[in-house]
Design a protein around this ligand. Structure first.
Ligand code: DLL
Length: 429
């Protein structure tokens, strides 16, 4: 069940040596990025100054906002001819966050996925259906190449057409699936409706959004799988950053590839194991886009107890975000992006409210938006067209499926302090 036992179970002494070495190398690679070069210069810091874990704390954090200011290629540390892939993920405003990869990066990443799938128990005898988006989202291609590296039959099913997905699961004797937990629930429901029993299924790898223990036991029962939580983010390659082992008690964050810290999101102070805070990660092997102390926005903790499986550091399952990012059916979105899209549509006013509910295990989003007096007093036709335009714009720009309520100017709440435009009625994990 180990892909690389020596690395996965490394003693803390050897690990410290390896991490410090790689932290220095990463800081050195980052000097090719003007943003980091200038920061180091301002602080009088050099990569050689990183000799201990405490020294790492001298390096300032990097945020999503910083990446956005470098849009599109400001954080690339290698010549553009060495880049062979681009993915993107949500930014906080109009432009997405861009991530770039060298050939070596893609190799490191697929090896990482292969390691995780081996830990779950997959071998070249398995048949794996990958039911996530294969586009700019990292979940599709990321898992695809990792599974192929293990020699697993890999079905690039992507998303949508649930009936066909279930037929493939059955016809091809699929033993392992990967998708968001919400889509897994949909698969369970539709296969029950179709009267199809997927008795070959053994493993379910679920991630890209928060999910609860209650959903885990439901999925395990209804799909007949052992369910594993998988965490990742595009800026850190994509999926594969941390993964559950068979203990199902926390996720191993791969210590040779990521240096993890937990901070108090308000003060930036480092927190010890057992204390919840924001996960900050320095990827140790990224070539195209090295990052130093990247603030993930995800709330978790380092687990204080060693894992019986013998592998290294674990983080607890994610319990929330330190910012206002929402994850709707696996799609990340910031309220500021919704505002950016709808405000460009003539007839839409200044105020809007977002409500998110979970209906039959799936996220449903409703947006109420105020309209201008002119539209309010105009023809009914005009209103219907406006509603369609808003729905289409959100679908095209943010891939969001929404229900829109257009309301009269003055009917939504006004805020004196920080606007609270999102009402999230989904149950918390
Ligand atoms: O969601 C990568 C991924 C793909 C992970 C497939 C797992 C499986 P992004 O689109 O950049 O990347 O979104 C990253 O999603 O910061 C978390 O807030 C959230 N997230 C990812 N995995 C989990 C999880 C991919 N297991 C953001 N539990 C992260 C809770 C998760 N939240």
């Amino acid at each position: 069940m180990f892909r690389d036992k020596a690395i996965e179970t490394m003693s803390s002494e050897d690990l410290q040596k390896l991490q410090i070495e790689r932290l220095q190398e990463t800081a050195l690679r980052a000097q090719s990025v003007p943003f980091y070069r200038e920061r180091f210069k301002e602080l009088g810091l050099t990569p050689d100054d990183i000799q201990t874990y405490d020294d790492v704390k001298k390096i300032p954090f990097t945020t999503k906002k910083d990446l956005q200011q470098g849009f599109p290629f400001g954080f690339v540390a290698v010549p553009m001819r060495d880049i062979i892939r681009i993915h993107t993920t949500s930014g906080t405003t109009g432009k997405p966050t861009v991530v770039t990869y060298t050939a070596q990066d893609l190799d490191t990443w697929s090896e990482l996925i292969a390691r995780n799938l081996t830990m779950v128990g997959l071998t070249s005898d398995d048949v794996f259906q990958n039911m996530v988006n294969y586009g700019m989202f990292t979940g599709g291609l990321g898992f695809h190449y990792g599974a192929e590296k293990l020699g697993i039959v890999t079905i690039p099913a992507a998303t949508g057409n649930t009936h066909r997905q279930i037929e493939m699961l059955y016809d091809f004797g699929v033993t392992a699936i990967h998708c968001t937990p919400s889509y897994a629930m949909r698969i369970a429901e539709v296969s029950e409706e179709m009267g199809i029993i997927l008795d070959k299924l053994k493993y379910g790898v679920f991630g890209a959004e928060p999910w609860s223990e209650a959903l885990r036991s439901d999925l395990e029962k209804r799909l007949g799988v052992e369910a594993f939580d998988s965490y990742g983010m595009s800026e850190l390659f994509g999926p594969g950053v941390a993964f559950e082992c068979k203990e199902h008690n926390g996720l191993h964050i791969w210590h040779d590839i990521y240096y993890a810290e937990i901070i108090d999101p308000n003060t930036g102070e480092t927190l010890p194991p057992g204390h919840r805070g924001e996960l900050v990660v320095t990827p140790l092997l990224k070539e195209a886009m090295p990052l130093l102390r990247y603030r993930t926005g995800d709330i978790t903790m380092l687990m204080p107890e060693p894992c019986p499986c013998g592998r290294g550091m674990k983080i607890a399952r994610m319990t929330g975000r330190s910012d206002d990012m929402l994850i709707i059916r696996g799609i990340n979105v910031f309220p500021s992006q919704i505002e950016h899209v709808i405000k460009q549509i003539p007839g839409i006013g200044d105020q809007f409210m977002v409500t998110i509910e979970r209906v039959n295990h799936l996220d449903e989003m409703t947006i109420s938006a105020e309209i201008t007096d002119e539209v309010f007093n105009g023809e009914l036709d005009q209103l219907t067209q406006l509603r369609t335009r808003v729905v289409q714009a959100l679908k095209e720009r943010l891939e969001l499926r929404t229900t829109i309520h257009l309301v009269e100017r003055g009917s939504l709440p006004r805020f004196e302090g920080k606007a609270k435009r999102v009402i999230d009625l989904r149950e918390k994990a």
